[in-house]
Design a protein around this ligand. Sequence first.
Ligand code: HEC
Length: 107
Amino acid sequence: MNHVRCILLCLILLAACSPEVDNTKQDDSRGDDEVIFSDDGYEVYKENSCISCHGDRLQGASGPPLLDIDLTADEIETIIVNGVGFMPPQKLDDEDRTALVEWLSER
Ligand code: HEC
């Protein structure tokens, strides 16, 4: 009886431990970096003039950095369409704009 309990306990512990190992692997954001900058949204960002004012890694240049911006997808879209402050409105076709907004709001 005791042996069975011990084996059960070990199995439970093993099961509880293994997902943790997987999580630490997923948290390694270095791998993500490549994915982020090979995304369709980044292509749009690069091919339109965003990159010249906001930097090749969204770090900012003459425009502010676009990393961790506190804006919803709708707000970002409005900014692209209407411009904001010193940023002129950007003309993109709908498909490109959707990809770009989606990509940016995930940064
Ligand atoms: C001519 C330079 C220029 C270009 C081109 C440009 N921006 Fe901007 N952008 C700016 C400036 C300057 C601001 C800050 C405006 C202000 O607040 O006065 C800004 C602000 C923003 C903001 C708001 C940031 C915040 O934290 O509130 C977003 C989002 C943004 N730009 C996205 C884009 C995207 C996407 C593109 C390309 C489609 C783009 N910008 C092209 C200069 C530019």
